[in-house]
Design a protein around this ligand. Structure first.
Ligand code: 5AD
Length: 475
């Protein structure tokens, strides 16, 4: 019988995407998936180290895995991802039950390492970056009606935000050629994927690496316009795609060209997640974010003007070293000024090898807690008002799949990325379809809508669809 594996993923979308690559290389090696760790011959934990809490999760998970190692069966445990990259050998010492430590660039080596273990080799650590010859593992459409998927455009990060461990765990920036990106998006769409999210640590700083030799780019003078060109090219060459998203952009690369692309391309949803981190110039400077509050507010205002109805969400850190009450109030006021409809809010946690370590960690835990709470309240309030304002409106929803197909309940995302639950007419599976929905109710973080069976999607769907005979414009 085929050996079985399970992958547990923590952290960002990059990690979710890497887990797919891990699964693919394991399938290539004859492993089969299982949902039950007790049945697995190989347990892979794909880790995150961006905040302290994420790392603690790994340690407590490893504790729960111990009994599996103590059974008669040979069970292997591999730790991949950013904690693996950051800790390397140290991880084997801290947790001797680990068989493999594998950095994000070393996923292709997993089959070989497993074979070596089978041959009696000792636990191994592989955490080399592929700086000289960057590899971008191609994501294959999974089949089986996958509606959304990721495509990597760059990896690593050359920003030096003082709080952030990513440059250590993901290495310096490496960019993928445009042809490879567009080709992969086209292949995804041909396989039935309707929404692609382009992935990169500073995704909108992307440029085509083949142009680097011809005209070296100055990082000090961000162009970012190449990213806008990439979006346009995908829109042109992959017309069957319904939505094209990207994450995470950096505010200093939100160029006029990118703003113009948002005005031009209906393919881009009317929502951007744009991490701001703080609303205080003093803190932004100490974070080395390389923009001011004013620049952020002006650029986003321009973006909203270019793409009416566009909403913004963000990431915010509270309690960064030296953050005063006044600094924090600046953050609250920026949240109101920009009108974020949602935000991921974090308490600052000191990370190994980051420049901010030397600033100390001087905001007391209780103050961080209190600021986090106040921030949540403002953000939640804005989210509530926003979601309520949508009741009674019609929205175009990309249906991602069933919540409970037995009672015709599905969910998807609006053109502004709000989660919309809906009930489909009897006998219709709208998965993968753009459907017109009237919003009937706002929940705390999502919407409930009624699918208007009589209407056709606004954008005709060209792809012939097998499962959905009744709804397509081409039916
Ligand atoms: N402490 C708290 N939050 C952090 N983030 C990154 N590093 C830290 C840290 N040391 C947050 C930022 C980033 C998100 C992915 O995680 O807000 O945008």
């Amino acid at each position: 019988m085929a050996r079985r594996y399970i992958v547990q993923t923590f952290g960002c979308q990059m990690n979710v995407h890497d887990s797919r690559r891990i699964e693919e290389v394991l399938h290539g090696e004859g492993y089969a998936p299982t949902e039950d760790a007790a049945l697995a011959d190989l347990i892979v934990v794909n880790t995150c180290s961006v905040r302290e809490k994420a790392e603690h999760k790994l340690m407590s998970l490893l504790g729960t895995l111990r009994p599996y190692k103590e059974t008669e069966r040979e069970v292997r445990i591999a730790v991949a991802g950013c904690v693996a990259q950051q800790e390397g050998e140290r991880l084997l010492k801290k947790a001797p039950l680990i068989d493999l430590v594998l950095g994000p660039d070393n996923i292709p080596e997993l089959p070989r390492l497993l074979r070596e273990l089978d041959g009696g080799a000792p636990p191994a650590v592989r955490t080399e970056f592929d700086l000289a010859d960057p590899q971008f593992l191609v994501a294959r459409p999974r089949g089986g009606g996958e509606v959304t998927s990721f495509v990597t455009v760059m990896k690593g990060c050359d920003e030096r935000c003082t709080f952030c461990i990513v440059p250590t765990t993901r290495g310096s920036e490496r960019y993928r050629p445009a042809d490879a990106i567009v080709g992969e998006v086209a292949e995804m769409a041909a396989g039935g994927v309707r929404e692609v999210t382009l992935l990169g640590q500073t995704v909108n700083s992307w440029f085509d690496p083949s142009e680097l030799e011809a005209k070296p780019r100055s990082k000090a003078a961000p162009s970012g316009s190449q990213f806008a060109d990439l979006l346009r090219r995908i829109a042109r060459e992959v017309p069957e795609l319904a939505r094209l998203r990207y994450t995470s952009p950096h505010p200093r690369h939100l160029t006029d060209a990118l703003i113009a692309a948002h005005a031009e391309l209906p393919l881009l949803p009317r929502h951007v997640h744009l991490p701001v981190q703080s609303g205080s110039d003093r803190v932004l400077k100490r974070m080395s974010r390389r923009y001011t509050r004013r620049l952020y507010a002006e650029r986003t205002a321009k973006l909203k003007e270019a793409a009416p109805g566009l909403t913004l969400s963000t990431d915010i850190i509270v309690g960064f070293p030296g953050e005063t009450e006044e600094d924090f109030e600046e953050t609250l006021s920026l949240v109101r000024e920009v009108g974020f409809v949602s935000a991921f809010c974090f308490k600052y946690s000191p990370r190994p090898s980051t420049p901010a370590l030397k600033l100390g960690d001087d905001v007391p835990e209780a103050v961080k807690d209190e600021r986090l709470q106040r921030l949540f309240e403002v953000v939640e309030g804005q989210q509530r008002v926003h979601l309520k304002s949508l009741v009674g409106t019609r929205q175009e929803v990309l249906v991602e799949g069933p919540n409970d197909a037995s009672v015709n309940r599905y969910s998807g995302r609006s053109g502004r990325h709000e989660i919309v639950h809906l009930e489909a007419p009897e006998g219709i599976d709208p998965t993968g379809q753009l459907v017109e929905v009237t919003i009937e109710k706002a929940f705390r973080h999502s919407l409930l809508g009624r699918m208007d069976g009589a209407t056709l999607p606004e954008r005709p769907v060209r792809r012939p669809r097998k499962k959905l005979p009744l709804l397509g414009a081409d039916a």
